[in-house]
Write a protein that binds this ligand. Structure first.
Ligand SMILES: Nc1ncnc2c1ncn2[C@@H]1O[C@H](COP(=O)(O)OP(=O)(O)O)[C@@H](O)[C@H]1O
Ligand SMILES: [Mg+2]
Length: 1016
């Protein structure tokens, strides 16, 4: 029986037809048939035939014959569709994908055949037995043979098509050119193409509209220019073009012209779509494209998801390429079971991800010239925006044309990039508008007056022209007389004409309205859950909206998806709802998303937030924005995360003060503090402000469990700003509150804040007590540190050990100090977080420097600097550069060393950090003296002494005085030098800084030895 269900009850006469023939065969079937039992084989065969027949039928083909393991199918008979060749390819791809063991190989060819019942007896057999032979439809012509030859060329899993089939499908698929082949019976130059895939994201135009597009009117100059750009691109001189114009002027249409008429023949085409609801989602259009392109589904397990990701990474990039794990991270897919964990700072992750995305695009562009269309830039998120800038920098050296579309208000800092051509689109001229109206009217007679009228009203805006003309046509068709349109008044605005067309659709109108609440683009399944209509009613309504060209089907999407034909169509449908109804529907969409689509709630919380906000549920909207922000930060989208958190705060701003509201606000500020710490460092003002506000809220609430995280965050800010009194108070508060509960981490936080402050203010014994206590608590709590590592905060045990390393060294036990710092680094390495490791490396270098071991300090500082640069840790770049610079000067490379110190100081102050600035100045002064630049040294020491007298950061004070003494000694001012050295000795002794005391004492002795000689 023909698989499309049209059982033929009578013989079909022979007819000439264009037919697409598909031959599908199992790979290695004969081998299998020797190995396996016949009964098993029969089962395998039956299941295989059943599956294939179902696929073929679904795509509108018929199974003509089974020959052993071969299946012969026809597309275009008994019923012809305009896209039979496409249908055949789609069915073949689906079969090849589904049949994995054994695999299949498939050949497809199109040609003119004579088809029908070839039986000699055309007398209708009446008995059932001979019905079998009626179903034996044969096609005679070259296509069946060619299909079979091509099938013979196909590797397991491959689909090979003839030139003619490929030609019919135009740009619908991506192919691999197999070149020309000698095929038995066909001569020696038969072109064969392997179908690779259906491009996953195709323009919305391809979705059902393609056959009914109004032929392009005017835009000749633009098309010419685009054609030139493509010609250059093919020669390896790529570029970018920005099409700007009001909504509905035809930007997308021109981009589509490039895709379907200019960038034809071997080329790769990729579409990125921006959307207003995802403007603060990092890399939103790219993420969306990857999901669509890979077909990753919520229900796939991790291994399947990774496998699908792997398929879009070109093999040229090599197996060791990080692209797969980086993309997996971006899409929140677990990859750690298959790839080493991407253990790196968010900054570095972002760079690597951008590099990987660039590589992906570049690799595609080396296979064939690449057309990348980025639609609706006015809705671009900040990360994609940055990525686009990067793309512009490289595009001229690639076989790549980037076509960007945006409304006129869009502005970018790369606006005037030399690689970017601006192409503003204005309205159509009247003559062209009239031509367009006439084309749209086709055979329907419309009085010239009406045509003029439409042209007057629509001001050359193509979208409006199309819509209003359709509106008029529908009116005329409904009444059957050409003057009907003018008799009933013609709508004056696009919105009015859209509404009048919607109204004509009766019950489908409310479906359009519901869909509009979901958004420009929506999955059918989601619409179904929200609309709650019987399935056939809903399908019918959607079909009618598609027929009216208000909706288009997104064919390439993996789940059945529709989009409004234009953003303005969606807006019109939406605004036709009363506010109350909008709100109720938004609430429903949010409910359905959270209850039935956990994937959306998990991976796109910003969408849920959007609906909750529109449903006037700001509290829950804020909660979802916080979720979205955390996801953004995980994807290194800090700018987006901050925007989302600030959006959440704004939502709460209008709320009555209540403990609930305060708790929410507290969570937002705490998250904001964390994001800023990661993005700009703890020392940034914004970070401090967020934590400070969070602490106020904690105090008002009295019992917030978040208080410890807040105290620790704010303490970290204060300590980097050298606000020691403030930090001490916070540490004390932390311990006080800790005493009222039982878990350890709050104690560790409190002791660390106090220990760090005490160290920097030179209360070494006190510092040691707190740090030892922190270590004891850390070791007593098996959970701390091990798992719950926050990336940008260094581990607490490592921190304590590194501080102790400095303290022991300064207090004179150099060997123990070094051991402690080394243990700190070791511990960091076992944890593996790059930030913690980098912190420990830098501290170890500082310990070695203070101990006077400059050679080793240089090695450690080099290591630290390398990692810091690689990961983009600005804090550690500065400090390790300073230590490294000093060692270089000490080793005789004065100019390079001093330059390095200056650069390090600059990096440090750009972070707005104050703590350790005096230390840096001391190193600069020492190095300057070494290099003979006494005046520079003097200035630096003055600044340092003034600074520490204000802040109380005294841990290096003795050294500052010693350096000043030595500077004065070189200027032969012995009495002043001696006074300074004595001051250094006093300070050191009082602090218990034995190392510094010894050093100053030695300097003093040297001065005294020299004195008699000098004074002679
Ligand atoms: N020059 C043109 N000739 C024919 N139809 C056009 C032309 N420009 C635009 N259109 C049609 O007008 C409608 C709106 O155009 P579109 O490209 O979606 O606008 P935009 O992207 O600028 O908002 C589309 O249906 C499109 O096919
Ligand atoms: Mg558009």
């Amino acid at each position: 029986m023909p698989a499309d269900g049209t059982r033929m009850t009578s013989p079909r006469p022979l007819e000439r037809r264009q037919l697409t023939v598909m031959l599908c065969d199992l790979v290695g079937w004969s081998a299998l048939s020797v190995q396996r039992d016949a009964e098993d084989l029969a089962d395998v065969m039956q299941a295989y035939r059943g599956r294939c027949a179902a696929v073929i039928a679904r795509h509108g083909g018929m199974v003509a014959q089974y020959v052993g393991d071969g299946i012969l199918a026809y597309f275009g008979y008994p019923r012809a569709h305009e896209d039979d060749a496409e249908r055949a390819i789609r069915a073949a791809l689906e079969i090849a994908e589904a049949e994995q063991s054994p695999r299949v190989h498939i050949g497809i060819a199109t040609g003119t055949v004579v088809v029908g019942h070839l039986s000699d007896a055309m007398t209708a057999p009446s008995d059932a037995a001979s019905r079998q032979s009626w179903d034996e439809i044969s096609a005679v012509g070259s296509a069946p043979n060619l299909a079979s030859r091509l099938q013979g060329l196909a590797d397991p899993g491959a689909v090979i098509v003839s030139e003619e089939t490929r030609h019919l499908c135009g740009a619908m698929f991506e192919y691999h050119d197999l070149g020309h082949h000698a095929l038995k019976g066909f001569g020696d130059s038969i072109q064969a193409w392997q179908v690779l895939r259906e491009p996953a994201v195709r323009s919305r135009f391809h979705a059902l509209r393609a056959p009914t597009l109004t032929p392009l009117v005017d835009r000749r100059a633009e098309v010419e220019q685009l054609r030139d750009l493509w010609e250059r691109t093919k020669q390896g001189r790529g570029g970018a073009v920005l099409l700007t114009g009001e909504a509905g002027t035809g930007k997308s249409r021109l981009a589509e012209v490039v895709a379907s008429e200019i960038a034809v023949r071997p080329s790769v085409r990729i579409w990125f779509y921006c959307s207003p609801n995802r403007q603060s989602t990092p890399l939103a259009p790219i993420v969306r494209q990857i999901f669509a392109g890979t077909g990753i589904a919520a229900t796939d397990d991790d291994a399947t998801k990774l496998e699908k990701l792997r398929r879009i990474v070109p093999i040229e990039l090599g197996a060791s390429n990080e692209a797969v794990p980086l993309l997996a991270h971006l899409l929140s897919i677990r990859y750690e079971h298959a790839y080493p964990s991407l253990n790196m700072s968010p900054q570095r992750l972002r760079r690597r991800l951008f590099d990987a995305l660039m590589q992906l695009l570049e690799a595609h562009a080396t296979r064939a010239p690449l057309l990348l269309v980025v639609e609706d830039l006015h809705w671009l998120d900040p990360s994609s925006y940055e990525f686009m800038g990067m793309l512009l920098d490289r595009v001229e050296r690639l076989h790549m044309l980037v076509v960007l579309t945006a409304r006129p208000e869009f502005q970018a800092h790369w606006d005037d990039h030399p690689a970017l051509v601006h192409l503003p689109l204005g309205p159509l001229e009247r003559g062209d508008a009239i031509a367009m109206i006439k084309i749209l009217c086709g055979d329907t007679a419309i009085p010239p007056r009406t045509v003029d009228h439409i042209a007057d009203k629509t001001d050359g805006l193509p979208l409006f022209i199309e819509d209003l003309t359709r509106d008029v046509l529908e009116t005329v068709e409904a009444s059957g007389e050409p003057n009907a349109a003018l008799a009933s008044s013609i709508p004056a605005t696009l919105n009015d004409s859209l509404m009048s067309r919607l109204d004509r659709l009766g019950s489908a109108k409310s479906v359009a309205q519901t869909a509009a609440v979901i958004g420009r683009e929506f999955a059918y399944e989601l619409l179904a859950r929200v609309a709650e209509l019987p399935d056939d009613e809903l399908t019918d309504a959607v079909d009618r909206l598609v027929a009216a060209r208000l909706l288009v089907r997104r064919r390439a999407a993996q789940v059945l998806t529709y989009a409004f034909q234009h953003a303005l169509v969606r807006d019109a449908a939406y605004s036709s709802l009363l506010r109350k109804a909008q709100e109720a529907l938004h609430a429903k969409v949010a409910r359905v998303m959270t209850q039935d689509f956990p994937d959306i709630a998990e991976l796109q919380p910003e969408l849920v937030a959007h609906h909750l906000q529109a449903a006037r549920d700001p509290d829950r909207a804020a909660d979802y924005l916080v979720k979205a922000a955390k996801l953004s930060a995980r994807r290194s989208g800090f700018v987006e995360a901050i925007a989302q958190l600030q959006g959440a705060l704004k939502l709460l701003a209008g709320r009555d003060p209540s403990p609930e509201r305060m708790r929410r606000e507290l969570r937002i500020h705490l998250a904001l503090g964390g994001v800023y710490a990661e993005y700009r460092g703890f020392s940034s003002q914004a970070c401090g402000d967020a934590y400070r506000r969070a602490l106020e809220l904690c105090r008002q609430l009295g019992d917030a469990p978040e208080v410890f995280a807040v105290l620790s965050g704010l303490g970290s800010f204060e300590i980097t700003r050298a606000n020691f009194a403030a930090c001490r108070a916070l540490g004390a508060e932390c311990l006080e509150r800790a005493a009222k509960q039982t878990s350890r981490p709050p104690f560790i936080m409190g002791h660390l804040l106090l220990g760090g402050t005490a160290f920097l203010t030179a209360q070494f014994a006190d510092a040691r007590r707190h740090l030892d206590a922190a270590l004891a608590d850390y070791d007593a709590d098996r959970k701390t540190g091990r798992r719950a590592q926050v990336l940008y905060v260094q581990d607490q045990k490592s921190t304590a050990l590194c501080y102790l390393g400095l303290i022991d060294t300064i207090m004179g036990d150099v060997a123990e100090g070094r051991r402690a710092a080394e243990r700190g680094l070791e511990h960091s390495r076992t944890l593996g977080g790059p930030h913690t490791i980098n912190f420990s490396q830098t501290y170890l270098a500082a310990v070695l420097h203070i101990a006077g071991d400059y050679d080793e300090a240089l090695q450690r500082a080099d290591e630290a600097l390398e990692l810091a640069r690689e990961q983009g840790f600005a804090t550690w770049i500065g400090v390790s550069q300073i230590i490294r610079g000093y060692a270089l000067v000490h080793a005789g490379q004065a100019a390079e060393g001093l330059g390095e110190i200056v650069a390090g100081m600059k990096a440090h102050s750009e972070m707005d950090a104050i703590a350790y600035r005096a230390f840096g100045l001391a190193l600069f002064a020492g190095a300057s003296m070494f290099a003979g630049a006494a005046d520079d040294a003097e200035r630096a020491l003055d600044e340092a002494l003034t600074l520490v007298s204000r802040t109380g950061e005294n841990f290096y004070l003795a050294e500052l005085w010693r350096l000043r003494g030595e500077l004065l000694a070189t200027r032969n001012d012995a009495p002043a030098a001696e006074a300074a050295l004595r001051r250094a000795i006093d300070v050191a002794r009082e602090q218990g800084a034995e190392l510094f005391e010894e050093r100053s004492t030695a300097s003093l002795k040297a001065l005294q030895r020299k004195k008699p000689v000098d004074s002679r």
